[in-house]
Design a protein around this ligand. Sequence first.
Ligand SMILES: [Zn+2]
Length: 230
Amino acid sequence: MSVRFDNNIVVRIQQATDIVEVVSEHLSLDRKGKEFVGLCPFHADHKPSMYVNPAKQIFKCFACGAGGDVFKFIQLREGLTFPQAIERLAERAGIQLPQRSRPRQAEAGGSDPAQIARANAWAQKFWQKQLFDEQTGADARKYVASRQISADTAGEWGIGFAAESWDNLLKAARAKGIADRLLIDSGLAVLREQGGLYDKFRNRLMFPIFDVTGRVIAFGGRTLADDPAE
Ligand SMILES: [Zn+2]
């Protein structure tokens, strides 16, 4: 994936922005201990379920599960892409985006980080379903159990199973309308030299790797084959 953001700029914007202030512009917040609470704008909320944590600079709704950093909040609230949210908050903080690092919409060969995060989140759920599928996931569940990991823990960690197949995820992703380009950019599928894609992860237990805001940023895959090298 080509880098289209100067990471320093993103960090500067984040440092110049207080999530409590930004969220307060959209709903009223009350202090509750070290956090702030308010009515969640992302579902029909009747008692305050939205928590904003100033120390961690994140928000989380305990009813509908919406959560993330200040960029995520603006994205969800205003229906923006990640690059657009960066522009919006840079403007708000009075930070000039250099022409070079001005975020652009996905161009040929580059999916934006928000799209990638959504593709990863979808893949995590897909693999998780496979793990708990009676037939498909049977061996994988046995393996999990043999490692003293309970089904509850596996669920909590978001562990999934990528079946022994070249196009299991691919087919499901296409049926869901997820673009091939995005699957490649997300590292979920691999492009063959002679064209065509195949699933990158096969016969593997999949461990999602989350960032501090709860976004799935990558996966660790552990093969189920008895291969001591892995
Ligand atoms: Zn909510």
